[in-house]
Design a protein around this ligand. Structure first.
Ligand code: GLC
Length: 660
């Protein structure tokens, strides 16, 4: 059951698409205070709090304080409070069980047993919001109800489930060819190569640097013949430059966000000074969306939207005032106070959240401060793109995923988990986020496999791949200046290549689970406790998750580990693979086991009485044969298999599903 409550006069977020009548009674479960901005709930000793989508820490969110305020933080750690997405859905499971969605697009904080272990305290900086309360029989039942009201998740083309190689720093056509050649040379399957900002002419959206990428259309044709899709990046900010058509049009038709004085707001990102499109205006969305045609017309069929929190390196106004003060300070003999003032000023230039108070949107003719709708910015940018694809490519699926998001954005694209690091802790966090993202509707997702920042090590690469082979998006992406991280850069390429082959073998299963999860408003990845509801150890398991109804994933996330402890909530089949045709299975009893796994050994589990389909080795998804599937698992098991053409938008669940 779902009830909806409204406080004040909220700005429409379009997160919920189903009509739900307003309830006028008292909000259940919570005590509402401080002018309807603070919501508190008394937690029982053993209550678990799930949710919050893209956030730090574990599957059970209890014991930390989180903020929904989309933020560009490539250095996030355990003590971070907000990441790139804002997904204000919580599911409390314990003495009482309910879901709650705080539909507010500004700053909102979730103190989940941090100040007081017994208290869940949610505080927004504004009283204008909608709150939805969901009750049901089970955790999954509540999630499914929530997913139904927020609408069907975006569906990616099947080729996007292939392995993708990306790096900020592929500067020329030749660099791209080299990536393709090397994958061929080492026989590493590949479906996509990503184009980071380097392909653009001085980082201007919807342009191509023809010095370095002579003919992108031809390059895409050449790559497609080799089974590889090029996936360019699009950034939120539009470079201020006379004669640049996108800029000129934006000015002419008044598509940009405004500052306090009604002038076009000036921030700076990769291209230097930019204006930010006002994606809250439908006409801006339509105009910006139409720009993708430049690349679609070249045969491009996938994009990633970036820097759309929006990330701001500096604003014109802050830069000027910092420069003025630094100038003054530089004339003094800086003592400790002055020195720290100087340091703080310089460090505080980028992504300063105060800057979000200094620009404005036009929402139905009303001037609205950005901070009130901050978390919608990336969402509306992705919506702009998706709606354009709908107009231009009616029947074809276009790959789209975004860095920043809010619930609602899941209908228009997937997400990647933003900038992470080549850290073991981020490998674990990658896995822990997956169920929470599914709760919020984000099914097509994945992290920068092997880590974006920092230098990756050979063993981290291997272990991370052993997790990513299960996520819908599997993209190896790294930052300029870090150790090169393509699989062929490491000595164990013979082993990593086999893991990628296993990924391709698993695609029929992963794609089938993905499609069923989307079309049934179900979760692809679940905490163990969702299916083993009375099992106290399953409830406490933070480093294993379920995939579909068949698989349990148990990645190794510690350096130099020779294995790990695994908890089996029931008898299961352990699968150990070093390649698609080197497979060992063994039935293990319910309980704890120490499972040894060499670096090149993938270990996962098949649940009691289940099986999964496996395909033969393939160079790319186009060459993946699904007619003759093999099976892994219990002999007499059956599997509900979904398959379609992977590219058109006809998703008939009944017609495309069969028991095999
Ligand atoms: C941002 C993105 C990252 C990209 C970089 C350069 O940091 O999150 O993926 O490589 O910008 O475009």
């Amino acid at each position: 059951m779902i009830t909806k409550y409204q406080y004040g006069n909220p700005i429409e977020t379009d997160a919920v698409v189903k009509d739900i009548p307003l309830s006028y009674g008292k909000l259940p479960f919570f005590n509402v205070t401080n002018g309807n901005t603070t919501f508190s709930y008394v937690l029982s000793e053993n209550d678990i709090v799930y949710g919050l989508g893209e956030q730090v820490r574990g599957i059970n969110k209890r014991g930390w304080k989180y903020k929904s305020y989309n933020f560009d933080n490539p250095n996030h750690q355990e003590d971070t409070n907000s990441l790139y997405g804002a997904h204000n859905f919580l599911l409390i499971s314990g003495e009482k069980m309910f879901g709650v969605f705080f539909d507010y697009a500004g700053l909102i904080e979730f103190d989940i047993g941090y100040t007081d272990h017994k208290m869940l305290i949610v505080t927004a900086d504004d009283e204008n919001m909608k709150v939805y309360i969901l009750t049901g029989e089970t955790e999954l039942d509540i999630v499914k109800q929530f997913r139904e009201i927020i609408g069907q998740s975006y569906i990616a083309p099947k080729w996007a489930f292939g392995y993708g190689q990306s790096r900020w720093g592929y500067k020329t056509e030749e660099d791209i060819r080299e990536v393709a050649d090397k994958h061929e040379k080492y026989n590493i399957p590949l479906d996509s190569i990503y184009l980071d900002i380097d392909y653009m002419e001085r980082y201007k959206d919807f342009t191509v640097d023809t010095q370095r990428f002579k003919d992108l259309k031809k390059l895409q044709e050449e790559m497609l013949k080799r089974g590889i899709h090029l996936v360019p990046i699009i950034d939120a900010g539009v470079k201020i430059e006379k004669g640049y058509a996108v800029y000129e049009e934006g000015i002419k038709y008044d598509y940009f966000c405004k500052d306090e004085d009604g002038e076009n707001f000036v921030g700076a990102v990769w291209p230097g000074r930019v204006h930010f499109p006002d994606f809250m205006k439908p006409e801006t969305r339509r105009w910006f969306g139409d720009q993708y045609a430049v690349l679609l017309d070249m045969g491009i069929d996938g994009f990633w939207n970036d820097m759309n929190e929006p990330a701001i390196f500096y604003t014109q106004k802050r830069l000027e005032s910092v420069m003025r003060r630094v100038n003054e300070l530089s004339k003094q003999n800086m003592g400790i106070d002055e020195f720290f003032e100087f340091k703080g000023l310089v460090e505080g230039i980028s992504n300063n959240i105060e800057d979000y108070n200094t620009f404005f949107h036009d929402i139905n003719g009303k001037k609205v401060a950005h901070k009130k709708v901050h978390n919608l910015y990336g969402y509306q940018m992705t919506r702009a793109a998706y709606e354009a694809f709908d107009r231009m490519e009616k029947n074809k699926r276009i790959l789209m995923f975004s860095r920043s998001s809010y619930i609602g954005a899941h209908r228009y694209g997937g997400i990647w988990h933003g900038d992470n690091k080549s850290w073991w802790s981020h490998l674990l966090m990658n896995m822990q986020m997956l169920p929470a993202l599914n709760m919020a509707g984000f099914i097509f997702s994945g992290a920068d496999t092997c880590g974006f920042g920092s230098n990756a090590t050979e063993d981290l690469v291997m272990r991370w791949l052993q997790l990513s082979i299960f996520t819908p998006l599997m993209r190896n992406h790294s930052a300029i200046g870090t150790r090169e991280q393509e699989l062929y850069q490491f000595q164990n390429v013979a082993d990593t290549k086999k893991i990628i082959e296993i990924r391709y073998g698993l695609i029929p299963y992963i794609y089938s689970e993905y499609m069923k999860a989307v079309l049934n408003n179900d979760m692809m990845f679940k905490p163990l406790a969702f299916d083993f509801r009375d099992d106290i150890l399953a409830k406490a398991t933070e480093d294993q998750i379920l995939l579909g109804n068949e698989v349990m994933i148990t990645p190794i996330y510690k350096q130099n580990a020779i294995g790990r402890y695994v908890y089996l909530p029931e008898e299961m089949m352990m699968v150990r693979m070093t390649s698609l045709d080197q497979v060992e299975t063994k039935i293990l009893s319910k309980g704890h086991h120490y499972i040894q796994a060499k670096l090149n050994e993938l270990v996962f589990f098949i649940r009691h009485g289940k099986k999964i389909p496996i395909a033969k080795k393939a160079k790319n998804t186009a060459e993946l044969h699904t007619q003759k599937l093999l099976f892994l698992g219990w002999k007499d098991a059956s599997y509900l298999y979904y398959e379609d053409d992977g590219i058109s938008r006809k998703y008939d669940l009944e017609k495309n599903t069969k028991i095999i």
